[in-house]
Design a binder for this molecule. Sequence first.
Ligand code: ZN
Length: 191
Amino acid sequence: MIKIAENFVKSFGLNVKIEDWNGSLGNYNREKDIISLNIQRIRKIYSHHRDQIPYIKSTKDYIILITCHELGHRDDEQELKPVSVYFDHITEGDEEKLFLVEEYCNEIMDKVLTRCVEREVTAWELGKSYVNPDRIEDYNVMNEKYIKEKRQSYLRDTDEIINLKIKMLHLKIQKEVELEQFNKAMNVKGN
Ligand SMILES: [Zn+2]
């Protein structure tokens, strides 16, 4: 099955490596220049949930269309960095406390989702150049559906991270208050 994708990229004279993995259906790793495909999941969806992807003609067709999308990520040289940058630059102290402000959380959420959609739309567009003209329409349907799902999963993940941040902050603040009270009490005794 991996051979299908390998032969496909070779037909464009490309040197990109293809590997099987058990993550998302498809992924492109820029550092290693590897496209990863979850062959088991692709086969499973095609054989058991074909009603969800009526536009796919065969497992081979599915593998090729996903590979085209991943080649699109590969061709996106200005690819936006993963969304985790929005969390990484927030370290500790006052900046971190911004997560207690609802508007700030909403803003982060918006940025994450916009970035996610932008990345995927670019891959979709650039990937088109590899798609057989007969399959373009179905490739478009696949990408539209995929981006919606991806957006949903980013929404869930980001929400989870933000909630975790808020919880940690509450704990931290509580500790600070306790420490302050303790120190006050000690001072009283000391006097
Ligand atoms: Zn993608």
